[in-house]
Ligand binder design. Sequence first.
Ligand SMILES: Nc1ncnc2c1ncn2[C@@H]1O[C@H](COP(=O)(O)OP(=O)(O)O)[C@@H](O)[C@H]1O
Ligand SMILES: [Mg+2]
Length: 299
Amino acid sequence: MRPVIHTENLTKFYGKQRGVLDLDILVESGEVFGFLGPNGAGKTTTIRVLLDFIRPTRGRAVIFGLDAQEQSTEIRRRIGYLPGELELYEKLSGAELLRYFANLRGGVDWSYVEELAERFDCDLAKHIRSLSRGNKQKIGLIQAFMNKPELLILDEPTSGLDPLMQHEFAHLIGEVKSEGRAVFVSSHIMPEVEHICDHVGIIREGQLVAIEDIETLKGRAIRRLEIHFSSSVPPEPFANLPGVQDVLVADGILRCTVKGSLDAVIKAAAQFEVVNIISQEPSLEEIFLAYYGGGDHAA
Ligand SMILES: Nc1ncnc2c1ncn2[C@@H]1O[C@H](COP(=O)(O)OP(=O)(O)O)[C@@H](O)[C@H]1O
Ligand SMILES: [Mg+2]
């Protein structure tokens, strides 16, 4: 594996206003890195520094082994970028705009553009100004993906996409990954991106509070469990089981959260007649909140 993005102590202040603080990020080829945090956390700031739209106050970023400041022209040629606040030339049609971007990049395989438009159910003949926010977002995505770049940097790409399109987007990310290309994707909505990421970095108030690989996180599963009995049951057998919390017994239903193995609670339940068991996988968001604490900064 070769690092595609590497930052060291990357810090940006806007005057006295904190942008981001001492970020150490490593993204390797063939990896999808989710950069997650609430609004104002510093995601867009980080991305703008990576693309050299703004300069860091201290620290540095290296992309493809090149210095993000000194060699930004070369780097940008090899990146597909979707900005967070997308602004498109309203007077052009989708096709015209994409042709314009394609020319800037020295030409792209137009049949791939058409394939992407088809997959995103996007009518390229329409003028940009007549498109809904979601459809503009699709044009932005096609623009980012169309030259099959080595690295995609996507700032909140799923915002405004309906579930079907989010599914198609996830599919596309899978293809990028299988071709050994890398993706850096920001989001403030963890469930929208958790299934596409290999690693996630959580940013809060400008600082990375955790970087974890998805499998480790899922291994820490905290499940919400509901067991329905044929008649009412006493709470005592469920009160002090290992890893079992938030126990509530009422109307013949046990509700609790379980960290790790379900064995103890299942064995305790087995002495009564069980009608149904509902086990809910937690979202990564819940796992993060449980392990890192949330305050009001839910990622
Ligand atoms: N141009 C700017 N001037 C001053 N402060 C800014 C500017 N851009 C962003 N900030 C501040 O930097 C912090 C991070 O913002 P941003 O990177 O846009 O967060 P995110 O993309 O995670 O929502 C916020 O406190 C924001 O107010
Ligand atoms: Mg942003």
